[in-house]
Design a protein around this ligand. Structure first.
Ligand code: PLP
Length: 380
């Protein structure tokens, strides 16, 4: 049966070239990078080469890149490690952050480590930077954690504008860049951000491997303490093939970025056009229909009056379509999507997030639109 995967914000397919780069480290090159013998040394060399590659692509120093088990671990480490190291009392964040940020902050708040304040946003999900500045005036030297690109509605935030405000008020600026890495350009040494997080499986790399960037002048405390790996910032034997895969996937993503973005944008425009012509009253949540203000890979589709979207998603699935409600973690339903709630999406609006990759085609968009139309006509 035909199967179409339009859930690339949840995860992406491993690029075959990335698998080829990883393979030797899954088989022959199995040394522990901390061992001092030749088997260990050759693997250590490969990890340091991967680190240099990641640093070079993102405009950072190799000593500012730390490999982790993924985006969630990177975010936990930065939030907890920055609060501890810099004795920060206040965090400013937004209600549309990923749960890796929000649940970590809830925990830190309930444990009495910090107070948490939320920046206002409009119904398109755009942050109110005047409100952010007011809060920074009230709570200088706080930690600001605002995401670069939202995983449900694709909204892109102006990282440099937030960085400037953080510099003015001496705030530590963490930016969740998990969805943006591999899609948007970075030159971290020139940008006012102090820590970011990345996750390889969002850009055709392997799952369970990621990294954090921490600016050399804004060191943080480690989360995992053990054998002193990652220059004492992350104890535990390294996920060697994951790290090799991450660096390879990142290199491919940026080498091919221009053509990939062009392709993703043409898919998004095509999807919007087809949906508007075939589905009555269709709307697009947040800034997701915008070519500049949202990630080219994400389109959040609103279907007014259709109510809960569980049946819709179930029917799409049995017709061969992998799409999602809000985000993968929202259990396939927009009930409980804190992002859609925060931007006041009406409760009777069904929401489907489709997200594209370089492997999708316009035929697949046609297949999605035809099936969606048929399911709506048959059931509503
Ligand atoms: N932050 C954002 C914006 C995400 O979309 C995700 C994954 O969905 C994460 C963080 C967590 O990343 P990981 O799956 O690598 O833990």
């Amino acid at each position: 049966m035909k199967r179409v995967y339009l859930d690339n914000a949840a995860t992406t397919a491993l690029d075959k070239r990335v698998f080829e780069a990883m393979e030797p480290y899954l088989t022959g090159q199995y040394g522990n990078p901390s061992s001092i013998h030749a088997n260990g040394r050759e693997v250590r060399t490969a990890i340091e080469k991967a680190r240099r590659k990641v640093a070079e692509i993102l405009g950072a120093a190799p000593s500012e890149i730390f490999f982790t088990s993924g985006g969630t671990e990177a975010i936990n480490t930065v939030l907890r490690g920055a609060l501890e190291k810099h004795s920060i009392q206040h965090v400013i964040t937004s209600p549309i952050e990923h749960h890796a940020v929000l649940h970590t902050l809830e925990y830190l708040k309930s444990a009495g480590h910090t107070q948490v304040h939320f920046v206002n946003l409009n119904d398109q999900g755009q942050f109110d930077l005047n409100h952010l500045e007011e809060m920074l005036k009230t709570y200088p030297r706080s930690l600001v954690s605002l995401m670069h690109a939202n995983n449900e509605i694709g909204n892109i935030m102006d990282m440099d504008a937030v960085g400037d405000l953080c510099a003015t008020y001496h705030a530590f600026f963490h930016c969740d860049t998990v969805q943006a890495i591999g899609h948007l350009p970075f030159n971290l040494s020139q940008q006012g951000v102090h820590a970011i997080a990345g996750s390889a499986h969002k850009f055709h790399g392997p799952k369970g491997t990621g990294f954090m960037y921490v600016d050399a002048d804004h060191a943080i405390s480690p989360l995992l303490i053990g054998g002193g790996q990652e220059r004492n910032m992350r104890g535990g034997t390294e996920n060697v093939y994951g790290i090799i895969g991450l660096a390879s996937a990142l290199e491919l993503a940026y080498d091919e970025r221009e053509q990939t973005i062009k392709h993703l944008l043409s898919l998004k425009k095509y999807a919007i056009k087809r949906l508007k012509s075939e589905i009555e009253n269709v709307v697009f949540n947040g800034m997701s229909a915008s070519a500049d203000a949202s990630l080219s890979k994400i389109l959040s589709i609103g279907l007014p009056g259709l109510g809960e979207n569980e049946m819709l998603l179930f029917n799409l699935d049995i017709n061969g379509l992998s799409v999602s409600g809000g985000s993968a973690c929202a259990s396939g339903s927009n009930i409980g999507s804190h992002v859609l709630d925060a931007i006041n999406v009406p409760s009777d609006m069904a929401t489907i997030r489709i997200s594209f990759s370089k492997f999708n085609t316009t035929d697949e968009i046609d297949f999605f639109v035809q099936n969606l139309k048929m399911i709506i006509n048959d059931n509503y």
